[in-house]
Design a protein around this ligand. Structure first.
Ligand code: ADP
Length: 504
């Protein structure tokens, strides 16, 4: 009896011990589960079919999914790179252990997380149970690396651009220099050394006034004021002096240098030596002026002989003679006009233009010019809508402006079209315009139209003859009258040339 009592007690003790251990184990399990569930490292398990069977909160938080969205879904659907997850699963099935395998995971918000995966397979009795995956987020590190790589690339690119720019500056035939707003020179390329005779060491930190002819100080101040307003000047023709005191004709292209905060801190200049070109032009002009001058006297005599003969023949009934002499007179007049144009250009070049100013009536002058043009030209309708206005200026030269503008309107518009000359009174002045229905002029050509010898390069007018001096004369004559010629036009839509003159 005693023996069996002892045995029962013994068994009871054992059961009690088991119960204590069981409780202890339950607590340990609970602690462990809590630790894993709430560990800061994201963890998950994937079964043999690649389905997620468990994931801790850190993993769900990291990617932004709920338990329902994540668990039960194939792991591959959360990888941005299908090849990577394919390789991971293949390696794990082959019993490999992965250490820090790089992968990209898709978050719920569409962003991508760069991670390192460490994983191996839990097997029981040699059979695949599930994978155990630890994920470490390295997105910030990867982004930092990407930013660094991008910065290095940008740095290399800017270094390359700087090298190229330095090469261009150094190999340029033009002098390329920069200065501060107080005219102190800050850079000086080798062409500048050659052009002006100063080395960079000699001239850097000195003033650009060293290069400036005395009579151009005022012009330089005006230019500087324009650049300070942010303007850019291109191909501005002027003069500069070298170390040897030689005067050079130069063409300047200047731009303001702007710092990161938008302030103008200096000026960059490209200086092209055009002395030779100018001399060449001068020689050509001298030649044209000389030839025109020599031709003018005999031609004027021929014209007056023709006119004399014509007035005699007109008294007879020799209609053939009248017709031939009328045509000859027209052609001779055209030649006289052309030669006058050349002589006028030459005079302008030498600044030898004198205005013979007088008071004159606008409509009468216009009617004269229109009548004269209509004698030799019947191909276009010339209409005028003019007001009476007394003006003061050089009547002949203003007459030449009308002749040139109307002749151009005829030359560059189709036969049968209309040319409208209009005068309007506006605030103490009269605005005069010549409008045609011709080929029109692109805005690019409009910028250069009034330059000497400029002709538009256009298939449609390639057979129209001319020298490109008519509009140059127009603009110069008007400049001498303190006004300017303007144009409104576009290709195919005709042109309007206009200017204003003050009323007397
Ligand atoms: P030219 O007529 O002798 O060529 P101009 O100086 O008078 O020289 O004109 C310069 C250029 O401007 C012309 O070659 C022509 O291309 C263009 N042009 C002038 N007037 C007109 C116009 N009314 N319509 C279209 N183009 C014109």
């Amino acid at each position: 009896m005693n023996h069996s009592m002892e045995t029962i007690q013994h068994l009871r003790d054992k059961i009690a011990q088991y119960e204590i251990r069981e409780k202890e184990m339950a607590i340990r399990l609970e602690e462990l589960t809590d630790f894993i569930e709430n560990a800061s490292i994201p963890l998950h398990w994937v079964d043999g079919q690649g389905i997620i069977i468990w994931a801790n909160q850190a993993e769900l938080d990291a990617l932004g999914y709920t338990k329902e969205e994540y668990i039960g879904a194939p792991i591959s659907s959360f990888h941005a790179d299908p090849e990577t997850i394919g390789d991971i699963l293949k390696r794990l099935v082959n019993n490999e252990t992965l250490q820090n395998y790089k992968a990209k995971l898709k978050c719920k918000d569409g962003s991508i997380k760069h991670v390192l995966i460490s994983s191996n397979v839990r097997r029981k009795d040699g059979k695949f149970v599930h994978t155990r995956c630890f994920t470490r987020d390295i997105t910030e590190i990867v982004k930092e690396q990407e930013r660094k790589t991008e910065l290095i690339r940008m740095l290399e690119e800017s270094e390359m651009q700087l090298r190229m720019a330095t090469d261009i500056v150094e190999s340029s035939y033009d002098a390329i220099i920069s200065k501060k707003l107080d005219n102190t020179i800050t850079s000086w390329n080798s062409s500048a050394e050659e052009m002006f005779g100063y080395t960079a060491e000699e001239i850097i930190n000195k003033s650009t006034l060293l290069l400036l002819p005395e009579d151009l100080v005022e012009e330089e101040q005006e230019i500087l004021a324009r650049l300070k307003r942010g303007e850019r000047l291109t191909h501005f023709e002027t003069r500069r002096i070298t170390k040897e005191r030689k005067v050079l004709d130069v063409s300047l292209t200047m731009s303001p240098i702007v710092d990161a905060s938008g302030h103008i801190t200096g000026i960059s200049k490209i200086i092209r030596d055009i002395t030779e070109k100018k001399l060449e032009e001068q020689r050509k002009n001298d030649f044209v002026a000389m030839v025109s001058h020599e031709l003018k006297t005999p031609l004027t005599s021929i014209l007056s002989y023709i006119q004399l003969l014509l007035s005699k023949v007109k008294k007879t009934d020799d209609s053939f003679g009248i017709q031939m002499l009328t045509r000859t007179e027209i052609q001779a007049k055209r030649m006289v006009n052309m030669i006058n144009d050349f002589l006028n250009v030459a005079r302008l070049e030498e600044a030898k233009v004198h205005l013979s100013n007088s008071e004159f009536e606008l409509t009468a002058l216009l009617q004269e010019i229109i009548h004269e043009i209509q004698v030799t030209n019947t191909s276009h309708h010339i209409e005028s809508d003019c007001c009476e206005a007394m003006l003061y200026g050089d009547r002949d030269k203003i007459g030449q402006v009308f002749t040139n503008l109307i002749s151009n309107a005829i030359k560059y518009s189709p036969i049968g079209s209309t040319i409208l000359i209009r005068c309007e009174l506006v605030e103490g002045a009269v605005k005069i315009s010549v409008k045609d229905e011709g080929v029109g002029i692109s805005s690019k050509d409009q910028e250069k139209l009034f330059e000497r010898f400029y002709r538009v390069d256009d298939e449609r007018i390639k057979n129209v003859s001319g020298f490109g001096i008519g509009l140059y004369l127009v603009s110069e004559i008007l400049r001498y009258h303190n006004t300017k010629i303007e144009v409104q036009s576009s290709i195919g839509a005709g042109s309007i040339f206009f200017f204003t003159l003050p009323l007397r």
